[in-house]
Ligand binder design. Structure first.
Ligand code: CP
Ligand code: NVA
Length: 304
């Protein structure tokens, strides 16, 4: 594994290995153990979109592993003035040990990875958000110890988070039901590929009440992703009836885990009562970004 661009590119073993290693690194960190496998290593972090969790967890993760990170705002680099991803990748490969990129187009991240001589990690594109979903499944693993018999549900916009849930359900072999309004389902190619290749049930429906029946996990995300601000009102109208609230989760299991990658738009895709309620694991998910990404960083650049 050279890069982390999409969870589709990983095997079940890769994902399981990352999750188990993340649990070990988390335990080491909680004990205050010093562990510096990335001493003298540098991660460059290119951001074309805003971030709180991704930036802070990657930067802190590098620091905790004995390395360092450089924050590179796209617009402040020569990329923002038109320097090619090819030349940028070649130059950065001469200085640093890995690149994390948050950008709009998945093709930009893939191009960068194909030209770079160092690992490239996708820190979110319009297409998918693999690092987030690694943290999410670490959160599920901590509570259940396995993915056997898991029924996960995703409610709302078929966006980058939905795509990464589909890819992880395919790879780990658990059931996933997505409930999205007509016209707002996930990438049809990703969904049909997963349905063709999966050993489990991956289904898209429109009824959120039907979807959450018997759910172990209910995940949702904003209806207005970064870059879609101009469509805000149309999108709020389209997603009416898809809010994850007390009434909706009453049809799921009593101990259902409520997940959200954050940032949340409280009162839109999720109610205050649910995100702050006893079933919510949203801040554990956010914390687990740090631990899951440390496992990814150690795997990609720890042994060279
Ligand atoms: N969940 C997530 O990626 O958050 P940020 O946009 O704050 O990085
Ligand atoms: N779907 C959201 C995820 C934010 C972490 C977005 O792309 O803005």
């Amino acid at each position: 594994m050279k890069d982390l661009l999409s969870l589709y590119d990983l095997t079940k073993d890769d994902i399981t290995r990352i999750i188990k290693r993340a649990s070990i690194l988390k335990a080491k960190h909680k004990k205050g153990e010093q562990y510096y496998p990335l001493k003298d290593k540098t991660l460059g972090m290119i951001f074309e979109k805003p971030s709180t969790r991704t930036r802070v967890s990657f930067e802190t993760g590098m620091f905790q592993l004995g390395g360092q990170a450089i924050f590179l705002r796209w617009a402040d680099t020569q990329l923002g003035r038109g320097e090619s991803t090819h030349d940028t990748a070649k130059v950065l490969s001469r200085y640093i040990d890995a690149i994390m990129i948050r950008t709009f187009s998945q093709a930009t991240a893939e191009d960068l990875a194909s030209f770079a001589d160092i690992p490239v990690i996708n820190g979110l594109t319009d297409h998918c958000h693999p690092c987030q979903i690694l943290a999410d499944i670490l959160t599920v693993y901590e509570r259940r110890g396995s993915f056997d018999g898991l029924k996960a549900v995703y409610i709302g916009d078929g966006n980058n988070i939905a795509v990464s849930w589909i890819n992880v359900a395919l790879r780990l072999g658990f059931d996933l039901t997505l409930a999205c309004p007509d016209g707002h389902g996930p990438d049809v190619n990703v969904l049909s590929r997963a349905q063709k290749e999966a050993s489990s049930k991956i289904v898209l429906i429109t009824d959120p009440v039907e979807a959450v029946k018997g759910a172990d996990v209910i995940s949702t995300d904003t209806w207005v992703s970064m870059g879609q601000e101009g469509e805000r009102q149309q999108r709020l109208d389209a997603f009416k009836g898809y809010q994850v609230n007390e009434e909706l989760i009453a049809s799921s299991k009593k101990n259902v885990m409520i997940m959200h990658c954050l940032p949340a738009h409280r009162g839109e895709e999720i109610s205050d009562g649910v995100i702050d309620g006893e079933n919510s694991v949203v801040f554990d998910q956010a914390e687990n970004r740090l631990h899951a990404q440390k496992a990814v960083l150690e795997l990609l650049i720890g042994r060279s």
